[in-house]
Design a protein around this ligand. Structure first.
Ligand SMILES: [Zn+2]
Length: 326
C-alpha cells in the first residue's frame, strides 16, 4: 500500500459523564494521545441513539433518584470549553434515526457555539441539514448506523459534505478492504476512524437492530437501571453473545491491543468505545492501546465482553462465558 499517512496514532475517547475523570485524563500525559472526545448531548433535549448515559448525574433526593440535568449541562459546557482551549476536537453524537427537529437544531447550534467542531450523524437525512446550518463551522462524521461500503461511496459522501468517515467494524480485520480505502481516497482530504474495542460479531445480524431498540429507553429507565441493575445485566446483544460463547471470541470484530501495530500505517484515528465504561476502564483501555499490549481480563477493555460473568482472558479461548437468557 502507498504510505500517505504518518504512523502517529490519535485517539478519540468517550466522555462517560464523569467530568472529573475526563479532566484528569486531559491534564495527564495521556492527553498527548487524545485528539478527540465524543459525547451525546443532554438527553432532555436530544436523543443519542442509545440508552441515556446519565449515571454520573443521578442524585438522591431523600430516596427519590433524579437526573440532575442542570449539572449535566454545566459539565458538558465545561468539557467543550476545555477541549476548545487545549485544541482537542469535541464530537457531538447524533446517533439516532430520524429527522432533526427545530429544537434539536437550536440545541446543536448552542453546543457548536461553545466549541463543538465535529458532529456525528446517525441518519443520512441529517447530512444536508447539518451541512446547510453549520457546515462552515463543523466537520461531519457518520456513525456506524450509516455503513459505507466502497471507495466510490466514501467519495460520494465526501462530495456531499462528510469529511470524517468511521470505517464499519465489519471491516476491522479485512486488511484488503482497509488497504483499498487508503489507496482509493489517497489524494482526498478525508479522515478515517476505526473502532477498536466494540467486540460485536463481524457482520453481526443483531447489532443495528438492538441499538435501535435501545433508543426507546428513557431517562427514567436509566435511573431504574442505576438503582436496580447497577451491573447492567440485560439481554441486549444476547444473541451475538451466545454465538461468541459457542464459537469463541476470535470471531469478534475487536482489535487486540497487541495487534494494533498492523493498523498504524493506515493513519486512522482510533476510536475507543466506552461511554458506559467506568472511568477506570476508559483509562485502562486507552493505556492498553497506546502501549500496544494488554494481558488480563478483556471485560475491562472490550464493550461487548463486559457482561461476561467470568473473566475473559484469552483471545482465542473457545468460551466467553456470557450469561444467556434471563
Ligand atoms: Zn452483536
Amino acid at each position: 500500500m502507498k504510505k500517505k499517512y504518518v504512523a502517529n496514532s490519535k485517539y478519540s475517547i468517550p466522555y462517560n459523564g464523569d467530568i472529573n475523570n475526563t479532566i484528569e485524563i486531559l491534564n495527564s500525559n495521556l492527553s498527548n494521545y487524545v485528539s478527540e472526545i465524543y459525547f451525546a448531548g443532554n438527553p432532555i433535549y436530544i436523543p443519542s441513539g442509545r440508552r441515556p448515559k446519565v449515571k454520573y448525574h443521578i442524585v438522591n433526593n431523600s430516596g427519590a433518584f433524579k437526573f440532575d440535568y442542570i449539572k449535566y449541562d454545566e459539565d458538558l459546557e465545561l468539557l467543550i470549553t476545555i477541549c476548545k482551549n487545549i485544541k482537542i476536537n469535541s464530537n457531538l453524537l447524533l446517533n439516532f434515526f430520524g429527522n432533526l427537529t427545530k429544537s434539536n437544531i437550536n440545541y446543536i447550534g448552542k453546543l457548536i457555539e461553545l466549541g463543538v467542531n465535529i458532529v456525528t450523524i446517525g441518519d443520512t437525512t441529517m447530512l444536508p441539514v447539518i451541512k446547510k446550518q453549520f457546515g462552515y463551522k463543523v466537520k461531519i462524521q457518520n456513525s456506524i448506523f450509516i455503513k459505507i461500503n466502497s471507495s466510490r461511496d466514501y467519495i460520494d459522501f465526501q462530495n456531499n459534505g462528510m469529511q470524517i468517515i468511521l470505517v464499519h467494524p465489519d471491516y476491522n480485520h479485512s486488511h484488503s478492504i482497509l488497504n483499498d480505502i487508503c489507496n482509493h481516497v489517497l489524494n482526498r482530504d478525508i479522515e478515517f476512524k476505526i473502532m477498536l474495542n466494540e467486540g460485536c460479531l463481524i457482520e453481526c445480524p443483531f447489532r443495528t437492530n438492538e441499538q435501535l431498540t435501545a433508543q426507546v429507553y428513557s431517562i427514567k429507565d436509566s435511573i431504574n437501571d442505576f438503582v436496580n441493575n447497577p451491573n447492567e445485566i440485560r439481554p441486549l446483544t444476547q444473541s451475538c453473545r451466545k454465538i461468541l460463547n459457542e464459537e469463541g471470541m476470535s470471531i469478534s470484530n475487536f482489535i487486540h491491543p497487541n495487534n494494533l501495530t498492523h493498523y498504524d500505517e493506515y493513519g486512522f484515528t482510533y476510536k475507543i468505545v466506552g461511554r458506559s465504561f467506568s472511568s477506570i476502564n476508559i483509562v485502562k483501555t486507552l493505556k492498553a492501546y497506546i502501549k500496544g499490549d494488554f494481558q488480563g481480563d478483556f471485560r475491562s477493555i472490550v464493550e461487548n465482553f463486559k457482561h461476561s460473568y467470568s473473566p475473559v482472558n484469552r483471545q482465542n479461548s473457545f468460551r466467553t462465558n456470557f450469561i444467556i437468557g434471563e
